[in-house]
Design a binder for this molecule. Sequence first.
Ligand SMILES: NC(=O)c1ccc[n+]([C@@H]2O[C@H](COP(=O)([O-])OP(=O)(O)OC[C@H]3O[C@@H](n4cnc5c(N)ncnc54)[C@H](OP(=O)(O)O)[C@@H]3O)[C@@H](O)[C@H]2O)c1
Length: 257
Amino acid sequence: MKTAIIGAGNMGGSIARGLAKGTIIPANDIIVSNPTQSKLDVLKAEFPALQTTRDNQEAVTGAELIILAVKPWLMKSVVSELKLKSKQILISVAAGIPFEELAHYVADKEMTMFRLIPNTAISEMESMTLISSRNASKEQEQLLLDIFNQMGLAMLIPEEKIAAATAMTSCGIAYVLKYIQAAMQAGIEMGIYPKDGMRMIAQSVKGAAELILNNDTHPSVEIDKVCTPGGITIKGINELEHRGFSSAIINAIKASK
Ligand SMILES: NC(=O)c1ccc[n+]([C@@H]2O[C@H](COP(=O)([O-])OP(=O)(O)OC[C@H]3O[C@@H](n4cnc5c(N)ncnc54)[C@H](OP(=O)(O)O)[C@@H]3O)[C@@H](O)[C@H]2O)c1
């Protein structure tokens, strides 16, 4: 399935790498387009089978899937210049550009479109990827889920929930990193070297996530297991609540919507 990726930046480059490592689209079916040649050269050096070009139209001609990974403010000019066929599937990674607006940039307003919001962990094949569809068949939706489930976890949601879910996932990854940073600071004060602390906390966060993702459980259940009555963990948990930890997270995510 020929797939064009327009833009080889953080997102486009990570998606190209993820696709090339995956099993659904062979690397020689992927063509990446970008103005700066050096970004294409880096990709080509990593995946020699992958095709590259500086001509967006060359990339999309004959492609079944077209992934748009340019900055939101460039989307209008980039998409409007493309000669697209109705049967092609347009996939936009641009945050904040609704289907309604994207449809203005293409000749066939009814063409199949997807909006895709990965987070930066896509470079580790551990993205939480949000997907919304417009005029797509169940098979097309499943194809997108299959592709992006190979790069972490993908979930299909209605477009009106994208902003809220983006705050929780794309922005949310920064809040988790902020927790790691703060916990490292505590460790340093208590004599733990920053590099050691960083690995300790990162593995603890990864472990917490695995507990939730791999089991039919809930954060409260897992927290209860750690909180012995009269023990040290409940002292810390209560301190977090006295300091407004839950409120701070709720407000941060709502502020990012
Ligand atoms: N970063 C995130 O966490 C995140 C999450 C979800 C969605 N997104 C979305 O992903 C999109 C890309 O973001 P990014 O972080 O990957 O930005 P980025 O690193 O700046 O990448 C954008 C790429 O687009 C290329 N480009 C510029 N003009 C172009 C044109 N006319 N034709 C083809 N390519 C062109 C740029 O190339 P040059 O450098 O050569 O100019 C650059 O490589 C944005 O719309 C953003 O909203 C980002």
